[in-house]
Design a protein. Structure first.
Length: 123
C-alpha cells in the first residue's frame, strides 16, 4: 500500500502524528506504535499464543519499528481479542504486542484495521 493511502487513512482515523502508523504488506498487518512502556499483565500473559516461526516474524517486523526503538532488540507477543464488527456476531482477531527492550516503546499490530483501532485508540 502506498504512503499516500496510509496517510489518508491516518487522517481519516485521526491517528496522532507522533505515532508510527503503517501497513506491512508482507505480514498483512496494520501497525501502530510509539506508545510508552506497557506492562504485560499477568492475566494476559497466561493467554499468549504461539507465533509460528518467531525469529522470521520478528525480523519481518524490523522495517516497521524505528531504529532508535529497536536498537537493543524487541519482543513480540500474540493474543486473541474479541471484536464486534457491528453485525450480529463477535469475531476474534489476533493482536500482536511488540515491546522494545531499550526504551520500552510499544507497538501493536493486527490484520484488521478496525479491530486494531478499537483496541489501541479507545483503550
Amino acid at each position: 500500500m502506498d504512503k499516500k493511502r496510509i496517510e489518508e487513512i491516518r487522517k481519516s482515523l485521526n491517528i496522532d502524528d507522533r505515532l508510527q502508523f503503517c501497513y506491512a504488506e508482507d505480514l498483512n498487518l496494520w501497525i501502530i506504535g510509539g506508545y510508552g512502556p506497557v506492562d504485560m499483565q499477568e492475566e494476559l500473559s497466561k493467554h499468549l499464543l504461539e507465533i509460528s516461526d518467531y525469529d522470521k516474524f520478528k525480523e519481518s517486523l524490523r522495517p516497521y519499528i524505528t531504529m532508535e526503538d529497536a536498537i537493543e532488540g524487541y519482543n513480540a507477543y500474540k493474543f486473541r481479542m474479541p471484536f464486534w464488527p457491528g453485525s450480529r456476531d463477535f469475531l476474534a482477531e489476533d493482536i500482536y504486542f511488540i515491546q522494545c527492550k531499550n526504551n520500552g516503546t510499544s507497538y501493536f499490530a493486527c490484520p484488521n484495521l478496525n479491530a486494531l483501532r478499537s483496541f489501541v485508540l479507545y483503550a
